[in-house]
Design a protein around this ligand. Structure first.
Ligand code: SF4
Length: 346
């Protein structure tokens, strides 16, 4: 008997985990990634919160399972530009031709990071000392240089929370969920790299909801002496010798603050990244792609199962901000729901 086939669009953590779970359930899996390499943002990260596991280790273990499974076919550099319903199956369109066909599709296109330069008041892209949290990961991965002198072993560094999230001016009212704990993790990594540094986190509130998050936050304060200041930065301006002056209000102490820093890190949030680049005749995804919104699922509580149309499922952070453990669990849950659909239970 021919095995049923599932196509997955996106080979980040959600796509990779969905592929493994679906293959283990017995399906043939075609996994399409538009970039030249799989892994999504995980491939660009250094270590993961809260236990500082190297991101590469997790990616390697997912990739080993994907590559070793005879029922998974991974193709990179393939931009699926449309989906079309054909009888009981879906056709995957690439550049106006049918690239593949499947009994069900999982959309796992992930998220984009907020463009830090859109918050003009912080000067990203203008002042070299202002970098994004993703650029700091690249520095930890030795793919980029520190923006201050190599001889400076006691830099002053600020981390700004909520850049592009919880911000009506950017049009993003939601919380990106992962950036508070990322700031805590990066602050600890900075203190490990430069024990004599001073590290300041400027936050609105600390959202430490995940397993082990609160403990890591305490560790950052008690063991690493990271300064947490409740207050938003009003602006950043150059201050000679490549340094940055920031102004903020410490809202807990009720006093204004002015600091000169060697590096300012903007904790960029998640934004929508709907793929495929859908065309006129392809389901509702076009609407999401045009508006730049996350894919809406039928219900946030029990509708988390993720199907938009018969046989069209959605997994991971393309539905909205999610942490990595949430993404991996969601991918497993999606695989089970998809099995129920294909076996006629849903
Ligand atoms: S997780 Fe923290 S930094 Fe990120 S948007 Fe939410 S409150 Fe802001």
């Amino acid at each position: 008997m021919t095995k049923q086939k599932v196509a997955i669009i996106g080979a980040g953590p959600a796509g990779l985990q969905s592929a493994v779970s679906l293959a283990e359930l017995g399906y043939e899996v075609d996994l399409y990634e538009k970039k030249s390499r799989p892994g999504g943002h995980l491939a660009e990260w250094h270590v993961l919160f809260p236990d500082m596991q190297p991101a590469g280790e997790l990616l390697d273990s997912l990739m080993q399972k994907v590559l070793a499974h005879p029922q998974i076919r991974l193709e990179t550099g393939v931009n699926i530009s449309g989906l079309e319903r054909a009888g009981n199956s879906w056709q995957l369109i690439q550049s106006d031709s049918v690239r593949g066909e499947a009994d069900a599709v999982v959309l796992a296109s992930g998220f984009k990071l907020f463009e830090a330069s859109k918050k003009e008041e912080y000067g990203h892209g203008i002042y070299p000392a202002v970098i994004s949290s993703a650029e700091l990961e690249a520095i930890f991965n030795r793919e980029k240089e520190w923006p201050f002198e190599k001889t400076n072993k006691s830099p002053k560094i600020g981390l700004v929370h909520c850049v592009g999230s919880r911000d009506a001016k950017c049009g993003n009212l939601y919380c990106s969920k992962a950036c508070c704990i990322t700031a805590v993790k990066q602050a600890i990594e900075l203190k490990k790299t430069f024990p004599a540094s001073e590290v300041y986190c400027f936050y609105m509130d600390m959202r430490m909801f995940g397993l082990g998050y609160e403990e890591l936050y305490h560790k950052a304060q008690l063991d690493y002496k990271v300064h947490f200041i409740r207050g938003r930065l009003s602006e950043a301006s150059p201050s000679g010798a490549g340094r940055i002056q920031v102004k903020a209000e410490d809202t807990l102490m009720g006093r204004p603050l002015k600091l000169t820093l060697d590096m300012l890190v903007l904790m960029v949030g998640m934004t929508a990244s709907v793929s495929p680049e859908v065309k006129e005749n392809t389901v509702e995804l076009k609407e999401y792609a045009n508006k730049g919104e996350f894919v809406k699922i039928p219900g946030a509580v029990i509708g988390a199962a993720q199907w938009l149309k018969p046989g069209l499922f959605v997994a991971g952070a393309c539905k909205g901000p999610a942490t990595l453990p949430e993404v991996l669990n969601d991918a497993r849950a999606t695989a089970l729901d998809l099995r129920n659909y294909l076996s006629g239970v849903l």
